[in-house]
Design a protein around this ligand. Sequence first.
Ligand code: ADP
Ligand code: ZN
Ligand code: ZN
Length: 677
Amino acid sequence: MARFADVVLPVPLPGLFTYALPDDMQTHVQAGCRVVVPFGNKKTTTALVVRLHDTEPHDITLKEVISQVDAVPIVLDEQLSLWQWIADFYMCAIGEVYKAALPAPLKKGKKGAVAYEGVEPLPDEISFTPAPISSLGGGALSPAQQTALEAIHAVWHERPVCLLHGVTSSGKTEIYIHLIAEALRQGRQVLYLLPEIVLTTQLTDRLRAVFGERLGVYHSKYSDRQRIDVWRRQLTDEAYDIIVGVRSSVFLPFKRLGLVIVDEEHDTSFKQQDPAPRYNARNVAIMLATRLKAQCLLGTATPSLESYYNARMGKYGLVTLSERYGQVKLPQVEVIDIQEMRHKRLMEGQFSSRLLEVMSATLQEHRQVILFQNRRGFSPQIECHNCGWVPRCPHCDVALTLHKRLQRMTCHYCGYATAVPQVCPACEERELRQIGFGTERIEDDIHRHFPEARVARMDLDTTRTRNAYEGILHDFATGQTDILVGTQMVTKGLDFDNVSLVAILSADTMLNQPDFRAYEHAFQMMSQVAGRAGRRDKQGLVLLQARNAELPIIGQVVSNDYEAMYSEQMLERRQFAFPPFVRLIIMYIKHRSSTTADMLARDATMMLRQAFGTRVLGPDEPPVARVQSLFIRRILLKFELDIPLTAARQAMHDVRSRLLEQKDYASAHIYFDVDPM
Ligand code: ADP
Ligand code: ZN
Ligand code: ZN
């Protein structure tokens, strides 16, 4: 019997909220159940009960819980405490974590009467006869894989986290399958995290073949209904033994978690940008595993500098696989100097004549080609030939991208779209030049060069639905397409038999990013996409076109020399005090007026300097300094790794509250991004 409930509301306000429990609910409500409560003016919302107690709050306006939604808890204690950790660490409200964690209809609940949703029967489609545990496990491992597997176990004897650094196609997935089977034999569950939805299809097929219906999939392209089914099921005795999912699956309930695999751990998609919580699912996964006494494996061919550093420092164990499975050689990488080719008139658009030759030969051999271009749309920009006018987004500080098939100019920041201009509104010139190459334009050019070839494109525009990307992958895997053009989506973990040529059309767009991680990310993307070539029999070929062919990073990709990239980048990180040598926190300030944004940024900087001195840098503007009509300013804070941040976080929250209390700044958005990407 408790008279009061502390609840989480799905709002960006700090802390918990206390409500009184009506008499008839006092014996029924438990922590982890949802309740309907009054909130704001005449509104109600579904809240999550975190604590029950009898301590009368001082608040005289104390309101009563209206109704109970769940008869039994739908969120476990361990989840609640993990969510609290996320809120503390990533400097947001626990209400924001709650919002991100629960699939939408679970959040809404039903108004009025108690709906015993927690015990609703499961749909038929997920009933199954489990595969016999003894038969689980993939094929026999190669000696190198076996050695790695044993080394991973040895690491786990001493520490919970192991980094598996295995070159592309070294058979990491096969090792995961063995580890999963082991966990299942011990009656434990497995969470398998992937950075990208695209990857779940291939992986799920592969795991289903071994583990059958013991596998559940969880990601945002599934309907809320499907996700709720998974969530509910994880609370029952029939919980899936394996969950494959993208970042939000770290929020699921697990009652007997034994293993967490973070595949492609370096991938930046693990970090949520907007909205809060701006969490890194890899780091949350490590925290989840540690808390539930599960083992954790981070796998990748190109570790993030952070993880590799942690492994070097002994925080994680490190296991290396340096050869491909089945003696297949790593692809040969050939650099094509775009400047030189242009000079010799050997470039047609983004295609060097060498690339066209090799493509033609590859198609003749009935082998497949992957072309990587890190931009979607047709042209990133169009420009008036006469006066230089460029159509720009009215809401954001960026040029609009031409999407030729849609006959639209669109903003990649806010989604604004408008008709393609036929004349320049400034000077009435009719010739508007298309500047730059997106995937759509590359696709057009391929059709011109190879009219016979069957081409597919994989980018954000062609993969809006689950069926769409599954279709593209299926057609490519079954040889119904010859050439796959795509953005970074094609760089990640895909496993195709028959790809012998991969081309990186322009390395430069990746290298010219104003970001201290640009080189690291470029190396990872290029090595990953290169790794799609020649995964079975014959050695693959990678053509790497670059304008700055002399840069050391190009050489590092050619020789697949991760260590060289690591050492070089770490020198710079140390010299300029960037992660992993410091912890970064960015304070973001957004306002409709640029003057107010500037004033606010100056005031904020001054206040932060009082607390943190020279650790505060800025304010400055991000490369795109206005998005959705809000002007953006940033203040960068750099903290030493060995100082505890609890007090510092509180001081930052205080600065934020003090600023928002000022009348002029009341309508500003101020938030923090911890460990920004
Ligand atoms: P990675 O995950 O390191 O990129 P994969 O696990 O996808 O590598 O392995 C690459 C290819 O080699 C896959 O097609 C896989 O089926 C095959 N392979 C890897 N290990 C084995 C094994 N032990 N027995 C049979 N095939 C294997
Ligand atoms: Zn003009
Ligand atoms: Zn815009």
